[in-house]
Ligand binder design. Structure first.
Ligand SMILES: [Zn+2]
Ligand SMILES: [Zn+2]
Length: 301
């Protein structure tokens, strides 16, 4: 065997790496964001650790609550803190040791900006940087939940927020000749079918209150859904195949000019989260990871 350690390497998805490299060239102003996204996508490949943290859906969650609502999530505390510290070291090095990754992960899952801002303030860090780090910190777990809980999703779901994690959709896909509309979550990658004439944000169904912005030329596959009632907008894309979960945020970045067009016309994405999850994230005691009350010896100790 020429390469005895080769089995420990995890070859990254080639298409994914290519798309990230393309995005870096096309959007140099988003380099820092892309660096964090790239790290989060790489971390998502380490799926065994994150798969182990995927919770059972809570039995007592309210009607119309996403699967992760009131989820009791037990994580490997050392792994989560190390992961968040690595992200912070890239984005906010001065505060990387002052922020506990476990409560940060919980606030990120819940999309609780007020809690994230409090974490940032306590650590003397820039709130917007902490919000982005938190978004990326939660991505590997949310993508693992998207993969593992797909079979538990309700057969029909007409709410505008993600049936798995409660986020607003980042994209509407129109699939096939009949143009079936599927909303896509940029966090967990979940897809759910919702009728074409229904605002994702306020449930408006009157066609005279719903419209489109339609870019011309090469972008004929794209449009922006507009709701005149709540002034919300959602980017849309005609697709043959659904985008891979990891590709959704890259697609969102590459179409930021459509966001600008909608914002210039007075439309917005809702500031509030689709559904506040109220998860509880706790760190599993280290000894319990390996049974028998023993800790695994640490390298070099
Ligand atoms: Zn989701
Ligand atoms: Zn609306």
């Amino acid at each position: 065997m020429l390469w005895p350690h080769a089995r420990f390497r995890r070859p990254r998805n080639v298409e994914q790496q290519q798309r990230v490299a393309d995005a870096r060239r096309a959007s140099p102003e988003s380099e820092r964001w892309l660096e964090l996204l790239d790290a989060a996508l790489g971390e998502s490949d380490h799926s065994a650790a994150w798969n182990a943290a995927v919770p059972e859906p809570a039995a007592d969650r309210p009607v119309k609550a996403p699967l992760l609502a009131r989820g009791e999530i037990t994580v490997d505390g050392r792994a989560v803190r190390g992961w968040v510290r690595r992200l912070l070291a890239r984005a906010a090095p001065a505060s990387s040791r002052r922020i506990d990754g476990v409560p940060l992960l919980e606030a990120a899952l819940d999309q609780d900006d007020a809690r994230l801002d409090a974490v940032a303030a306590a650590a003397g860090a820039e709130p917007n940087v902490v919000r982005v780090v938190a978004q990326m910190a939660a991505l590997p777990l949310l993508q693992a939940c998207g993969r593992q809980l797909a079979g538990a999703l309700p057969a029909t779901w007409w709410e505008g927020y993600c049936p798995l994690c409660g986020a607003w959709p980042v994209l509407a896909e129109y699939a096939g000749l009949e143009r079936q509309r599927r909303l896509r979550c940029g966090r967990c990658g979940t897809a759910w079918a919702v009728p074409l004439l229904r605002c994702a944000f306020c449930d408006e169904t009157h066609h005279e209150n719903l419209g489109y912005l339609e870019p011309e030329g090469a972008e004929e596959m794209r449009k922006v859904e507009l709701c005149h009632t709540c002034k919300g907008y959602l980017k849309g894309l005609a697709t043959v195949r659904p985008l891979a979960p990891w590709a959704l945020l890259l697609d969102d970045l590459s179409t930021v000019h459509l966001d600008v067009a909608a914002l210039e016309r007075g439309y917005q994405r809702p500031a509030r989260p689709g559904y506040a999850l109220e998860t509880r994230v706790t760190a599993r005691p280290r000894a319990a990871l390996f049974g028998f009350g023993r800790s695994r010896p640490r390298a070099g100790v």
